[in-house]
Structures are given as C-alpha cells and as structure tokens.
Design a protein around this ligand. Structure first.
Ligand code: P6P
Length: 336
C-alpha cells in the first residue's frame, strides 16, 4: 500500500477542505526546515553545535548554538516563498521583515525554533513549535515595515499549528483546524510519512507533568490540586497518579497527545509580574490548538488560552493543558 507523505496529505486537504495552496506550500517549507534542524541536532558533538553562545535572547536566556542555527534555518527557508508578510521568533526581539527582493504573502509565521534546548547537551528530545496566522489587511502592503501589532491576534485566529519533535524518531505533528495528524520522518525517503491518522487526547488520565521543585511558589489552587494528585487513591480523586517532567514542552505535550495526561506550568510567586514562564504566541497558542483539536483542553487557570488577546509579542502565560477532565478540575479550583 502506498504511504501518504506530508505532500500528498496537504494536496488532499486542498481538495477536501479547501486548504489554500499558499498555506500548503508554507507548511511544506516549514517541514523541510524542520528536517534540516533534525539533521543538525542529530549530529550532536560530531557537528560542533553543542554548547552555548556568549549571547542571550530577548527572554534573557543564554542561547545555545543550535537555537541560533535553528532560527536561521527557519528564516532562510521561509523568507523567499511569497507566502509570508513576516515572521516572529522566540530568539528575536522584533518581527522579521521579509527582504524587499522577495514577494510578501498573506500569512504570519511564529516559532520557537528549538524548544527545550537546555536538554540538547544531555541528549534529551527537543523540538520546533510553530503557529500560522493570517496577516490582517493593512499589514499586507509590500513596502511598509511589519509592526508587532499584526501578530497580536488570539490563538483562535490560528490557521495552522504544529511541532517537530527531534527524539528517537523525528515527527511532525500538525493541525490545519480539522483534527491532528502525525507524520514520521523516513530518512531514506527524506519525507514525512503519515503514521498517526487521528490523534486524540484521552478525556481522563492518571499522569501529570509539572516541575515539582517550584511547589512552594505556586498559588493555592495549584497546591491543592497537586496535593490531591499525590494523595492518590487515599485522597479525594480516589486513584493513583504517575508523574513525568521532561522539561521539554514538545516532548511532554507529545506524550500527552499520545497517551493522555495534564501538563502544567503555573505562574508562581518568584516573579509576580510574570503570568508564567511559557510564551503565549509561539508555545502556548500552537500547543493549545493541537490539544483542543485532539479533544483536550487548555487554560491559563482561569480562561481558555486561545481566547487571550495578546498585548505583546513575547508575553508569557500560565499553562494547564491536556486531558479535559483534569484541566477542567484544576481550572475550577482557580474559580472556587
Ligand atoms: P523548567 C524549556 O526551556 C521550556 O521553555 C519548556 O520547553 C519546558 O516545558 C519548560 O521550559 C521547562 O522549565 O523550569 O522545568 O526548566
């Protein structure tokens, strides 16, 4: 039986769901860039790409060599195709302007080029997260510089979202707004092949993911909820839970999309002015679209993440996402 590659899937989506040809091309190019990143990441010490730069990104985080390389791969792959009005990245303070020698297009691409990069030097799975919005009418003009405001759209406006995970397998997990598909990279073919037709998050779970070392800093509803999880069958939830924390959002979310669970990165008292650690535009929103499209839920503790109206490009947000039953439970505790 012939296998469905990403290209064939996207062509079929064009026919069955009117996926615009330029969006199809954009996703193809992002996937091709992720193949190049996968290749660079897999070289590890042999590629001379491990370790850190002497620089920090806009988040004040030390940049890994592969952070910078992955960012450049995505910019160079996507700037010439005529599908984008601009790009934004965790690694860049300002939006990236499409060079004047290239045509502009109707979409905006945002990405975390290498999420979880602190894990690279210890050979733990990392990934690329991306989100696609339509460019609002006024930002389409060929000559004007693209401002940050064009990107400040709620997650419900995303037309596509996905991630590549660079683990034992390299996979691309994608939604165009009609379900979630998983594609595994066939390195002999050089193509992403459809291997997960219809990814669904189980409604209930017995597995949670949170960085327990921050427990003393959490707000009361989170402390209450995690204490109940830890109480297991002796507590009010009347069942035992397992815990996982990979400290690579792509890997934790991939596990949840594969077998269920709840992922939590709550705000905490260490930096009261920060609503959380994770970034709304290019981490929480794309992951929330994937989770919701797979039948799960995603909130910031009090509201649906994808309903949040962004105020700035790199704003942070608290994240509770995964199996609907557990996300609704911890969200209800915030409202109690
Ligand atoms: P901590 C990686 O740096 C990241 O942004 C996410 O991928 C991950 O879920 C989180 O931070 C891990 O944070 O505080 O546990 O190291």
């Amino acid at each position: 039986m012939s296998r469905t590659t990403l290209s064939r899937y996207l062509i079929e989506q064009t026919r069955s769901h009117d996926t615009p040809a330029d969006l199809r091309f954009l996703v193809e190019v992002v996937a091709r860039a992720c193949k190049a990143i996968s290749h660079a990441v897999s070289k590890g010490a042999l590629g001379g790409v491990l370790g850190s730069m002497e620089t920090e990104n806009v988040q004040g985080e030390v940049q890994k060599k592969l952070d910078v390389m992955s960012n450049e791969i995505l910019l160079e792959a996507n700037e010439w195709g005529g599908t984008l009005a601009g790009m934004a990245s965790e690694e860049m303070d300002k939006p990236y302007q499409i060079p004047g020698r290239f045509p502009k297009g109707a979409y905006l691409l945002m990405f975390d080029p290498l999420d979880g990069s602190s894990n690279i030097d210890v050979n733990v799975s990392v990934g690329t997260i991306f989100s696609v919005l339509r460019c609002p009418g006024e930002c389409f003009s060929q000559n004007d510089a693209l401002g940050e405001d064009a990107f400040l759209q709620p997650g419900t406006q995303q037309v596509a979202a996905g991630y590549a995970i660079y683990g034992p397998q390299t996979m691309l997990v994608l939604t165009l707004g009609n379900g979630v598909k998983g594609f595994t990279l066939d390195r002999e073919l050089g193509s992403f092949v459809l291997t997960h037709e219809n990814i669904r998050v189980p409604e209930s779970t017995a597995e949670f993911a949170i960085n327990m070392s921050n427990q003393r800093h959490w707000e009361a509803p989170v402390k209450r909820y995690v204490e109940e999880l830890l109480a297991g069958e002796t507590g009010p939830l009347e069942k035992n839970y397992n815990m996982r924390w990979i400290a690579s959002m792509v890997a934790d979310v991939h596990r949840i999309l594969t077998r269920g669970g709840i992922f939590m990165y709550p705000r905490d008292a260490r930096e009261p002015s920060k609503p959380g650690k994770l970034r709304l535009m290019y981490e929480a929103n794309p992951m929330s679209m994937l989770i919701e499209q797979a039948g799960g839920a995603a909130t910031n503790g009090t509201q649906r993440i994808m309903d949040i109206q962004p105020q700035s490009l790199h704003e942070r947000v608290a994240v509770f996402l995964g199996s609907k039953q557990e996300v609704e439970r911890v969200t209800a505790y915030h409202k109690a």
